[in-house]
Design a protein around this ligand. Sequence first.
Ligand code: GLC
Length: 377
Amino acid sequence: MPFRFHCLLVLLSLVIPAFAQDHAADAKIAFARAQHLQRGINTSHWFSQNAQDYSAHHTDTETTPDDILTIARLGFDNVRLSIDATPLEQAFHGWGDADFLPRLDKAVDEILATGMAVQIDLHPEESFKQQVRSSNDAVDRLVLLWRPLAARYAGRDPERVFFEIMNEPEVSDPYRWAGIQARVAAAIREVAPANTIIATGPNYSDIVDLLTQHPLPDGNVIYNFHFYDPHEFTHQGANWGASWWIYEHGIPYPPTEDSMAALVKQVPDLADRSKLENYWLDHWDAQRIRLLIDEAQGWAKTNHVPLICNEFGVYRQAAEPVSRLAWLHDVRSALEADGIGWAMWDYHEGFGVAVKDANGKSVVDPDTVKALGLKGK
Ligand code: GLC
């Protein structure tokens, strides 16, 4: 064997086990920390999904310190704190609301002070995501945004502060998303050596999207998916997503055959109506949900990575409470049976565990608390 080749082999034998060792040690950290993300809630519309107003008035009143205490008291162990990209970018560039970042710090610290963990979820508006989908400059922007964001919170307890690369990327090409995700993860790692990163699949982070991905080279990563299947049920009455969901109301779960004939007529267009009809034909029930969630768990087991589901829920507007509670119970139970930590969407907006009364005060819904298996004091 030529001497040079021999030296190369010796070097590789030193480096590869060291890399493998670090990767395994990092994965162990990620698995341990996933235990802090077992029962979460999404604080939507607080620092995200409110593009017209991120003023102090909005962030001081949309979710209050009392709400955070209520969340902890109910038995949630973490909050997924969604943050819009635009006000963050503006703040890091020194324009927009000067106190946006201090207010965000306060929210993070209020959550941590209760003992709960926090998922820092970058939750951009549609237009930002559309740019990431097609423009490499927009990917640069995403990377440039994450460096100061991760650096800002890297100093907090890394056991309980998680960085989620991007909510529902809406990048349809799984290979493009894999490349973007790897680049952002590496940028986060430069400034936050100790924190656990949350990664996901392309599109809307469904299970089928997760299955297209290979784990990142970084071992300190938890993988995530969203579960809203079947959308005909969970998004009935919604004015976003498919145009015809807004016509649906009172769709039962599990569906009964005798309710189908009348209910499909809610949808005026025949092509859409056949999609709704499939909701009955597909026999949605706890067993079907369980088998789908098993697919995600199978992917995680094969790849030796920890897994969470940080969004699932039913839009309250047009759903029958009994059906909504049954679906929440079945999804939550299936996740727990597979040892997958969950976070319900959302705290007190359209899908809430709480609803707002006429004065805007949150009133916790004990039936939802029960469906989530929480004690709910
Ligand atoms: C996703 C969207 C959010 C929506 C939720 C339920 O998280 O980003 O806007 O409310 O799903 O549809």
